[in-house]
Design a protein around this ligand. Structure first.
Ligand code: PLP
Length: 426
């Protein structure tokens, strides 16, 4: 469920009509619903509360899904932690008031500087993804005279995840180590004065719509925890990652969080570990839309009909990058027979096509359309390709809205690039 609904014949976010937001801020613009973010977070945490044997898990929201500071603060104020993959994301989480003891630092290629930063601010744990990285963390910690709390990220070698570019849990993917390797690294870490191994972690992919691969992966993770304990090693935490899929309208509903929590209670309920989760898409995707305006309706003699928008692949790259599907809804749907449209942006690449031959209510130049389910991996992946100003973001709460990332001016954009000194100045 989300809070984007028709009110008096036009699409609104909670109590704020999207036409009013477009008028005040211009298009393209991302619009997020506070009530939807809150609801998704509460549904997620509530599903686990129904299984007291799972304890109180750490829900570390995956910052990369939507890293806007106001979104982070909204979730942080509810008690969410943060799963981060760079120093920049750690800084964002801290700036949003998320305490370091709820911040997890993941990622395949952390630099020494980033590791030092994470250690100094005291993040809850660094998830290490390889032996060289573990040695690097130990080296940095030793230099600082600190002991790094780590978890070993395991690659459970299962197939999951919608698109090949977002599957992460196969042995051929770059993430994590094998089970055998994990056991060896864990034992080594326990003998290293600069390391404090507290647990193991996995994350098998994104937009996963079937619980079976997750059950398989979590069962294997359980086996690893038991094996480590038999070897006399202490394992206190088990981080199960994110990846649960969301409905993008064209597919059957993915498993709900209730089923997910019940499966986890069944597989891990008696393991006596502190669980951690890293949901991103599940929290943010359906809490946001990308609002755009139709510039032209261009009909080709061959019969194709193009709706050319003022939003492009630099604002929302998912269709071009992952062949992702977004429901597209006119903000004020017109009467009349639906027609087939190719919905495209103005960028000079054929890849700048949001969808082909989509049946939509009739559109005219000047109409507003909303890309639904665009709250995750939308603005956070946006760029200024084609020197298009970075897309702004708006957060709605009830009838109020606030610009939480303004559109930069052209002067601001150009001022970021000093000319090489031998070229003079501008
Ligand atoms: C991307 C990522 C997540 C979030 O994935 P979602 O599919 O958005 O839930 C969680 N953990 C790690 C390590 C990730 O890389």
């Amino acid at each position: 469920m989300n809070h984007f609904e028709l009110q008096n014949g036009e699409l609104a976010c909670e109590g704020a009509p999207l036409t009013a937001i477009a008028k005040a801020v211009g298009t393209p613009v991302y619009v997020y619903s506070t009530a939807t973010l809150v609801r998704h977070y509460q549904v997620f945490t509530g599903a686990f509360r129904a299984h007291p044997n799972l304890g109180e898990p750490l829900v570390a929201y995956a910052v990369k899904a939507n890293s806007n500071l106001s979104v982070l603060k909204t979730l942080g104020d509810l008690g969410a932690g943060a799963d981060t993959v760079s120093e920049g994301e750690i800084r964002r989480a801290l700036a949003a008031g998320i305490p370091p003891e709820r911040i997890v630092f993941s990622g395949v290629g952390k630099t020494a500087r980033e590791i030092a930063f994470a250690l100094k601010v005291g993040v809850a744990e660094i998830n290490v993804e390889s032996e060289p990285e573990m040695l690097m963390v130990a080296g940095v910690a030793a230099q600082l005279g600190m002991r790094a709390t780590i978890a070993i990220r395991v690659n459970p070698n299962v197939s999951a995840g919608g698109h090949a570019k977002i599957a992460t849990g196969k042995a051929v993917d770059k993430f994590g180590v094998s089970f055998a390797e994990a056991a060896r690294l864990y034992a080594n870490a326990s003998n290293n004065a600069a390391l404090n191994p507290v647990g193991v972690a996995c994350h098998i992919g994104s937009q996963i719509t079937d619980l079976a691969p997750m059950r398989e992966a979590f069962t294997k993770m359980r086996g690893l925890v038991e094996q480590l304990r038999v070897e006399g090693l202490k394992v206190e935490r088990l981080d199960l990652g994110g990846g649960l899929g969301v409905p993008y309208f064209h597919m059957p509903d993915p498993p709900g969080v209730k089923d997910y929590a019940a499966m986890i209670a069944e597989v891990l309920g008696d393991l006596k570990v502190q669980l951690a989760f890293e949901p991103g898409r599940l929290i943010a995707a359906n809490a946001g839309v990308l609002l755009a305006r139709v510039l032209h309706i261009h009909e080709r003699p061959e019969g194709r009909r193009f709706a050319v928008l003022d939003a492009a692949m630099n604002d929302l790259v998912r269709p071009a990058m992952y062949d992702a599907y977004h429901d597209i809804r006119p903000v004020k749907p017109r009467e009349g027979e639906p027609l087939l449209y190719d919905v495209v942006g103005p960028v000079c690449e054929t890849g700048d096509t949001f969808t082909r031959e989509r049946l939509l209510p009739p559109l005219e130049a000047g109409d507003l359309v909303a890309f639904m389910s665009a709250g995750a991996y939308g603005a956070s992946m946006s760029s200024e390709y084609n020197t298009r100003p970075l897309v702004p973001e708006v957060l709605v709460k009830g009838g109020n809205f606030a610009v939480v990332r303004p559109r930069p001016s052209y002067d601001e954009m150009l001022a970021r690039e000093p000319l090489a000194e031998w070229l003079g100045s501008h």
